[in-house]
Design a protein around this ligand. Structure first.
Ligand code: FEO
Length: 392
């Protein structure tokens, strides 16, 4: 196996998951990687492990470099099993290894693995000397779990950032100069929108800590390693963490007999006439996680559902439940729908976006049965009103 060296004597020893297409509900169309890093110093140190299925791949990569028995430290930056899943088996192969973890990490690892692990707990800011290098640990709770931390190596100006700055991309390329920025940004945004978005204030805090560090490389635990686009990705993270979005609209809908779809298209036309860009996403054909990326980057979000059995269409119900958990903020909302009798779907959507404290400047539209030409004209005008409101 080819050795991949990030910095002198620091190697990528992860696993490439070419096949995964669903990562706990998130569509991973490009697959992913589980990145682990091996540091050869006086005390040989492994940073994170991989999902259990990829333990063999990680071990082969380690064995190309050293005998795993020589590993003295394993840093567990995060308990989630895509990073700690091979930890207990590694401790059997590395009998002298001490596992470095955060306070919450200690609790999480004990609960997950129910084994007597040789753990050393580090506080945020603690430093561990491994020879020529000093590893500094910075806790970044909730990016992605309460236990999450990053490891910084001052001597190499290298940040091992775990989930933060990750992207789900499986590739033989390891560095950002080998992959187009457009692809990296798209996947990093999707990752942020579907995993990190609820924790914007914690991300802001983590970014302010990181800003004080001299960083020339960011090596996350998923996807590509950043070296040329560090400023660009930090700039995007700052925007995302503040819930900043673009002046564009996104219409999310599903339809039963086509009435709600007609409304969606008239709204699109009306908004478009004001010069704004609009995306239309039918929940039957677009994946929740792809729509979340667009919610993150769009300011005006419109939701449409017909009423079914006194409530929402299941696709809309499922989507709103997923979106609610990710807590997008600072949005302008609008709701529309159609019904035969009852008409409760519109109210149910309003309730959810009210709970998220979105602004709802224009009254919802709820059409009985099928919109006629006049209805569609009025709806297009509502699109105009919303577009002009957004441009103000
Ligand atoms: Fe990649 Fe939160 O685990």
């Amino acid at each position: 196996m080819e050795k991949i060296e990030l910095k002198p004597n620091i190697f990528w020893v992860g696993g490439i998951d070419w096949d995964i297409r669903n990562f706990h509900g998130y569509s991973t169309n490009r697959g992913t990687t589980y990145n682990a890093y091996l540091i050869i110093d006086e005390k040989i140190t492994l940073i994170d492990t991989v999902k259990p299925k990829f333990k063999g791949e990680m071990l082969s990569r380690i064995k190309e470099i050293i005998n795993p028995k020589k590993i003295e430290y394993i840093v567990s930056n995060h308990v989630e099993m895509d990073h700690s899943g091979s930890l207990t088996e590694m401790t059997e192969l590395c009998p002298n290894a001490t596992i470095i973890t955060s306070t919450r990490g200690e609790k999480g690892l004990k609960k997950h693995y129910k084994k007597n692990l040789n753990l050393k707990v580090v506080e945020s800011g603690d430093t561990l000397n491994i020879g020529k290098r000093n590893l500094t640990f910075v806790h970044i709770p909730m990016v992605h779990w309460p236990d999450s931390m990053v490891t910084y190596i001052k001597e190499d100006k290298l940040l091992l950032s775990n989930d933060s700055f990750g992207q789900h991309i499986a590739s033989s390329e390891r560095f950002d100069n080998e992959v187009e920025w457009g692809i990296l940004k798209e996947e990093a945004a999707k990752y942020y929108a579907n995993i990190v978005m609820p924790y914007g204030s914690q991300v802001e805090k983590a970014l302010s800590t990181i800003e004080n560090l001299d960083i020339k490389m960011i090596a996350p635990s998923h996807g590509i390693i950043w070296k040329n686009n560090i400023n660009n990705i930090i700039k995007e993270y700052k925007k995302w963490s503040k819930h900043e979005s673009e002046n564009r609209a996104l219409i999310i809908y599903d339809t039963m007999w086509g009435s709600t779809e007609k409304i969606a298209y008239s709204l699109r036309e009306g908004i478009n006439e004001t010069g704004l860009n609009v995306s239309l996403r039918n929940l039957k054909t677009s994946h929740f996680s792809d729509i979340m990326s667009e919610i993150m980057t769009s300011k005006l979000i419109l939701f449409g559902s017909p009423t079914l059995n006194n409530g929402l269409l299941p696709t809309m119900g499922g989507f709103l439940s997923y979106m609610k958990g990710l807590r997008p903020r600072n949005k302008i909302g609008f709701v529309f729908g159609s019904y035969g009798w009852g008409g409760q779907a519109v109210g149910e959507i309003e309730k959810i976006i009210n709970d998220l404290s979105w602004e709802i400047p224009v009254k919802s539209v709820n059409i009985n049965y099928i919109p006629d030409e006049n209805d569609l004209k009025e709806i297009k005008n509502i699109g105009n009103t919303l577009g002009n409101y957004l441009k103000k």
